[in-house]
Design a protein around this ligand. Structure first.
Ligand SMILES: C[S@@+](CC[C@H](N)C(=O)[O-])C[C@H]1O[C@@H](n2cnc3c(N)ncnc32)[C@H](O)[C@@H]1O
Length: 144
């Protein structure tokens, strides 16, 4: 199935992503975070929220995954010094995680995926036993 596309040349997207904070744009995950967790952020954009999550997990690690190279390049430029953050450029349908995760988070990304049931199956297979998935999304057409 064909992937839906985002206008990757539009630098406006970077500016929007870089203004995001957990408290205003993904506050429901804050209570789920604790030191030592291994987390995957699917569709991390420029990694702004991913980088903030890193500050909550101490010696845990977070991987941000996104298939737009310019977003990952921007994230590495801004947050390259965050020790427990790893930003990876790949399509989720090709990604092979190096280890299982305690928590998979995904904000405003499911709506862009070509095959949501397949994506959910992959997420489930990438979790540790008892791991959790948190999805934040909305229906663009119903809010236009
Ligand atoms: C609307 S942005 C959300 C960015 C960030 N999570 C946020 O809330 O600010 C959706 C992101 O999903 C990424 N994306 C879309 N399809 C993808 C796929 N198949 N694999 C990996 N990333 C994908 C896009 O490149 C984009 O950065």
């Amino acid at each position: 199935m064909k992937e839906k596309s985002i206008d990757r040349k539009d630098q406006q997207a970077n500016k929007i992503f870089e203004r995001r904070t957990l408290s205003s744009d993904y506050r429901t995950i804050i209570p789920l975070l604790s030191p030592g967790m291994e987390i995957l952020d699917v569709g991390c954009g420029t990694g702004t929220l991913t980088n903030e999550v890193a500050t909550y997990i101490g010696d845990g690690t977070i991987t941000g995954l996104d298939n737009t190279p310019s977003f990952i390049d921007s994230g590495n430029e801004h947050y390259g010094s965050t020790q427990n953050l790893n930003l990876v450029c790949n399509n989720i349908f090709d990604y092979q995680p190096p280890h299982p995760f305690d928590l998979i988070i995904t904000a405003r990304t499911m709506q862009w995926l070509s095959d949501i049931p397949r994506a959910l199956g992959l997420f489930k297979s990438w979790l540790k036993p008892g791991g959790q998935i948190s999805i934040l999304d909305y229906n663009h057409t119903s809010i236009e």
